[in-house]
Design a protein around this ligand. Structure first.
Ligand SMILES: Cc1ncc(COP(=O)(O)O)c(C=O)c1O
Length: 357
């Protein structure tokens, strides 16, 4: 018996040594490239200049250059802490249903035909980045790509830099479509539209729902309507990245206009939703992915706690942030043009939207 045991132990040890992970196993793993924004943030922290301003990271700051905790978020947090029924149990696989359905109503509008017809599938995600990742993975696995051809999606030139790693990481090559025109500091609309028309039918286009990052340049409603015409004509798929709802204009409905227009017109699309900026919840990673097939294709319904009853207060806080950004843009424009009489045209400062450019 003892011999048998010894034999078995030796056998197991041999097997283990064959499978053992050594330092060499990981030698070929490349070092991740340094993140330029975080590098800048560390340099900023080390800098002792009293009037320093960090323009690297896209996060809202108050007049004292400090993060602003929304009063409504404070209130909701207090409520949660006092709630005797709060537990830390596992949620369903697609997340907290009250949260995902409230997220869908927020971006689509409570009267959305897609919601009323039960066509929306929603999943809780790790903020907007997680929604982008899951959305890209979903398309990579399940979109009807042409057999034997490299999967390709299109992003605006320029776009949020992380789109590249996210899509390429799931096997979708990203190419760019014309978007920003440096000559007008505005939208290269004709080129954008021509590109949409010329792209192969059923192409996937990533579009920023509002407050385009990094240009701050959004299509007008009239331009969105024309974009939707071509999307429908060419049967393209729209991957809406919605990271700034309410934060752009101060009005949640206004900032969701483009998404709702596309849904109303029956374009097949998905929406990546982030609550980092509009709720000031950067670190909590609160987000959702909503997938909406066109009319007739009924979704298998894939499917909040703290915010219930506080919605109106949240809208006031969002307005506070957006209006301050708009007021700062106006003031900068006034200083440059009226006070300093700086040569050149500075109108783009007031025409652009959100925190960028
Ligand atoms: C266009 C865009 N998409 C998605 C995100 C994702 O943000 P988060 O993961 O913080 O929600 C951001 C954040 O800056 C963004 O600008």
């Amino acid at each position: 018996m003892a011999d048998r045991l010894k034999q078995l132990t030796n056998h197991l040890q041999d097997n283990n040594s064959n499978m053992s992970v050594t330092a060499e196993t990981w030698e070929s793993v490349p070092l991740a490239p340094p993140d330029a924004i975080y590098k800048l943030t560390y340099a900023y922290k080390d800098d002792t200049y009293p009037q320093k301003v960090n323009l690297g990271v896209g996060a809202y700051r108050d007049d004292n250059n400090k993060p602003w905790i929304l009063p409504v978020v404070k209130k909701a947090t207090e409520r949660l802490l006092q709630d005797p029924n709060l537990d830390h149990e596992y949620l369903p696989i697609t997340g907290l249903p009250e949260f995902t359905s409230a997220g869908a109503r927020l971006v689509l509008g409570p009267d959305s035909p897609a919601l009323l017809e039960g066509r929306v599938s929603s999943v809780q995600t790790i903020s907007g980045t997680g929604a982008n990742h899951l959305g890209a993975l979903f398309l990579s696995r399940f979109y009807q790509w042409e057999e034997g051809v490299q999967k390709v999606a299109y992003v605006s030139d320029p776009t949020w830099v992380n789109h590249f790693q996210i899509f390429r990481g799931v096997g979708i090559e990203l190419k760019t479509y014309p978007y920003y025109d440096p000559a007008t500091i505005g939208l290269a609309f004709e080129k954008y539209l021509a590109f949409l028309k010329a792209a192969p039918r059923r192409s996937v286009f990533v579009m920023h729902a509002c407050a385009h990052n990094p240009t701050g340049v959004d299509p007008t409603r009239e331009q969105w309507t024309q974009i939707a015409d071509v999307v429908l004509e060419r049967a393209h798929y729209v991957f809406f990245d919605c990271a700034y709802q309410g934060f752009a204009s101060g009005d949640l409905d206004n900032d969701a206009w483009a998404v709702r227009e596309f849904v109303k017109r029956g374009a097949p699309l998905l929406i990546c939703q982030s609550f980092a900026k509009n709720a000031g919840l950067y670190g909590e990673r609160v987000g959702a992915l909503h997938i909406i097939p066109p009319d007739g294709e009924r979704a298998q319904s894939a499917g909040a706690r703290s915010a219930s009853g506080l919605f109106e207060e949240w809208k006031v806080d969002i307005k506070t942030m957006a209006e301050r950004i708009i007021a700062m843009r106006k003031e900068l424009h006034r200083l440059l043009t009226e006070e300093l009489k700086t040569p050149g045209n500075w109108d783009h400062i007031v025409n652009q939207i959100g925190m960028f450019r």
